[in-house]
Ligand binder design. Structure first.
Ligand SMILES: Cc1cc2nc3c(=O)[nH]c(=O)nc-3n(C[C@H](O)[C@H](O)[C@H](O)COP(=O)(O)OP(=O)(O)OC[C@H]3O[C@@H](n4cnc5c(N)ncnc54)[C@H](O)[C@@H]3O)c2cc1C
Length: 397
């Protein structure tokens, strides 16, 4: 059995996405990275393939597929263009999946068909200029008015798809976390709001340029200045957000790990080909022991990542929390492994590895974000250690 393609349907999905990626994603990757441009039309076109709502139920326009399918798509896209894959992740995992599993029926009926087709582009806004890892340290507030509407004030930072072009056009809809009070034990009460383009007081503060990597995705600061949101746009009841956030973070971390796997696979492929083509001292460089060390160790790491990621994917039930030990575990392991494999590829490829035309330079830069976004390495270490305290038996199961 192939753990990464556990059924015929999974294999067909992989082949379809790989072919599509080779035809449409690969030819544009270099230019979009170079010019820090997000390929909005390419992302929209994934709606026709049924991939934008990959995990959303079919009755709302989604494909109703599982965590393994989500993992396959992220791996395949990222093997070609991690920046584009990140924009896809922000839309399909951070927005669409969140809404599909946590939204009200009315919200799902109204919004899911639009985001599954690509008519609307979505984003998720949790991080702020002064609060990232410390999620409950957020300062964006939402206060309910007498007429039932909510007024949001604050800024969100680092939001993928926060703007969809270079002129400050905001995402069509954003999943925004805001502070709505404190509970009886004095803990921050966090709530989720669906903020839509055109709502008064919602705007893009800036598109963030000059990122190290993931330059083919747009990252923005969002401003909520007395932003008025209708009563129907709160998700669930006030204070319920932590539950939404925790469940969705598990799928987010798994698919970020899948992106790392795509980077690792492509880097390995590039270094392996190069080691055959390149000669020095009248030998293929793959005959040199030091080159063999880079290739051999990268292969072993790649296979270990692949096994752990797909084992986690095959056991992860979307929409339920409680699988954090492995969603954090795979992201902790795979992101650093991808960075190391991209680095090994660059070393094997010498000067050619250092320039954009040979791909690994871009993969090397892109890989670093995966150690930060969606939870830093340090937050995964803390979560794993905390969870192993609560469930020490996980080690011997
Ligand atoms: C390109 C890009 C895209 C992103 N996309 C999104 C998005 O779409 N939506 C969104 O909401 N956010 C997004 N983010 C934000 C990302 O999730 C945060 O950057 C990340 O969570 C870290 O938060 P921070 O940058 O505020 O760093 P901080 O939280 O300030 O951390 C700084 C350092 O301190 C360490 N640290 C913090 N607390 C502790 C602790 N208790 N113990 C030990 N070490 C600690 C961290 O591990 C880190 O090394 C994106 C970021 C980038 C760069």
């Amino acid at each position: 059995m192939d753990i990464a393609n556990p059924s015929e349907e999974h294999l067909m999905l992989r082949e379809m996405v790989r072919d599509w990626t080779n035809e449409y994603v690969e030819p544009q990757a270099f230019e979009h990275d170079k010019h820090e441009r997000f390929n909005l039309e390419l992302l929209r076109s994934m709606g026709e393939l049924g991939l934008l709502g990959i995990s959303a139920p079919e009755e709302y326009g989604g494909a109703g597929l599982d965590a393994t399918a989500c993992t396959i798509v992220h791996e395949e896209l990222s093997a070609s263009d991690p920046g584009f894959a990140l924009a896809y992740l922000a839309h399909s995992m951070l927005f669409v999946n969140n809404l599909a599993y946590n939204g009200t029926e009315a919200q799902k009926v109204r919004i899911l068909p639009k985001v599954c087709s690509g008519e609307w582009i979505g984003a998720m806004a949790m991080s702020e200029p002064d609060a990232g890892t410390d999620v409950l340290g957020l300062s964006t507030t939402a206060v309910q008015q007498d007429d039932g509407t909510w007024v949001i004030n604050g800024r969100k930072m680092w939001i993928t798809n926060g703007c969809i072009d270079d002129t400050g056009t905001p995402a069509d809809v954003v999943w925004v976390y805001a502070r709505t009070g404190t509970d009886d034990r004095g803990r921050v009460q966090m709530s989720t709001f669906l903020v839509e383009a055109g709502m008064p007081g919602y705007s893009v503060g800036q598109k963030i340029f000059d990122k190290t990597g993931m330059r083919a995705s747009n990252t923005a600061e969002l401003v909520f200045d007395n932003c008025i949101v209708p009563a129907d746009n709160i998700v669930g009841s006030p204070g319920e957000s932590l539950i939404h956030m925790m469940g969705n973070l598990e799928l987010e971390r798994l698919t970020l790990a899948a992106m790392a796997l795509g980077i690792a696979r492509r880097s390995l492929d590039e270094m392996n080909k190069y080691a055959t083509e390149r000669t020095a001292f009248k030998s293929q460089i793959r005959d040199f022991g030091q080159m063999q060390r880079y290739i051999g160790e990268s292969w072993a790491k790649y296979r270990a990542m692949r096994a752990y990621i797909y084992d986690t994917a095959n056991n992860l039930t979307i929409g339920t929390a409680g699988q954090r030990l492995d969603s954090d575990g795979v992201k902790r392991f795979a992101t650093t492994a991808a960075k190391e494999i991209a680095d090994a590829a660059m070393q094997v490829m010498g000067g050619y590895g250092y320039v954009a035309e040979y791909h690994v330079e871009r993969l090397w830069r892109d890989s670093k974000l995966l150690e930060i976004g969606g939870g830093t390495l340090e937050s995964h270490q803390k979560n794993i250690t905390r969870d192993l305290f609560k469930d020490a038996d996980a080690i011997n199961r």
